[in-house]
Design a protein around this ligand. Sequence first.
Ligand SMILES: *Cc1c(COP(=O)(O)O)cnc(C)c1O
Length: 365
Amino acid sequence: MQVPFLDLRTQFKSLRDEIIPAVTDIMERGAFVGGPALADFEKAFAEFCGADFAVGCGNGTDALQLALRAGGIGVGDEVITAANTFVATVEAIALTGATPVLVDMDPATYHLDISQIEAAITPKTRAIIPVHLYGDPVDMDPILEIARRKFLLVIEDSAQSHGATYHGRPCGSMGDISGFSFYPGKNLGAYGDGGAITTSRDDLAQMVRQIGDHGSPKKFTHDKLGTNSRLDAIQAVVLKAKLGHIKQWNENRRAIAATYREHMGDIDGLFLPEEREGHKSVYHLYVIRSAKVKDIDEALKKADIGFGYHYPVPVHLQDAFKHLGEPGRFPEAEKGAREILSLPMFPEMSKEQAIYVAQTVRSAI
Ligand SMILES: *Cc1c(COP(=O)(O)O)cnc(C)c1O
């Protein structure tokens, strides 16, 4: 048996008859930027996220950056986020001119350690970006409570969590504004780069749309410094078609996670993702943790099973961001990075494949 880490080609086969005509239609109409196809997807995506507005943009990094800029955040401001996120979260903060302030990982959840947030707040702090890492929603209530008390903007990084819910509330509906990525490998992936923000604040939605379209509220008028970050019509029809399937795909991912748990839950020294009460994860990634990660790595390679590391080097240990913390500054993130590994996880994966992966992990330990 062979198990890839993810399999976008098999998924395309099941979507071909829906997507080819929709993309052809865009090309025949010749309306490639903006237009009804984009509006149609934005409306459907906002509804899916339980938000009043969605605004498409170029990618997930831009979504976060536009959200920050729409919130008025820039030079002189500080923004708190997790030390163990994908680098893009921190990039987005830095690109606005604001200073990223990292908080260590909570080893029980792999999210930022909520008990350390208040100590990181200074008079310059303007916002906090909780990252719904691996598809599991962050425990938002305590974060929203701190933010309310300290007058901070809450920007959810939902790039890995399309459709995940926290006590019934979807990711993308809980903070002031949220950034999504439609990178092809995400749970909802375009056929190229794409992103969106969701929000129920009319002012933020309008501001994101304006900044992402050259600071232009109407043709030939440029009120503020903007940029070009828009979602192409071709990507919008691809995403609209895929949105019709994502609930089922997320359920498939959850079923694979259940199979993994069933077949690996008893292995000593192996930590599996927890299903916390009220958290409905969509398992963007299935991340296991073990001191024997090198042995697992070797066994998976031998067994022809794809896998990954998310992420092997914490942000502050990257050269580009070494000013954000000395080695040793975020011990849990650093230790975690050495012990985690991501197993295959995609909606088209079979139960037999999941069992084969689990048996291989067991034999390695
Ligand atoms: C993918 C991702 C992003 C960035 O999205 P891009 O579309 O690749 O720019 C941001 N944050 C997290 C947590 C991500 O996984």
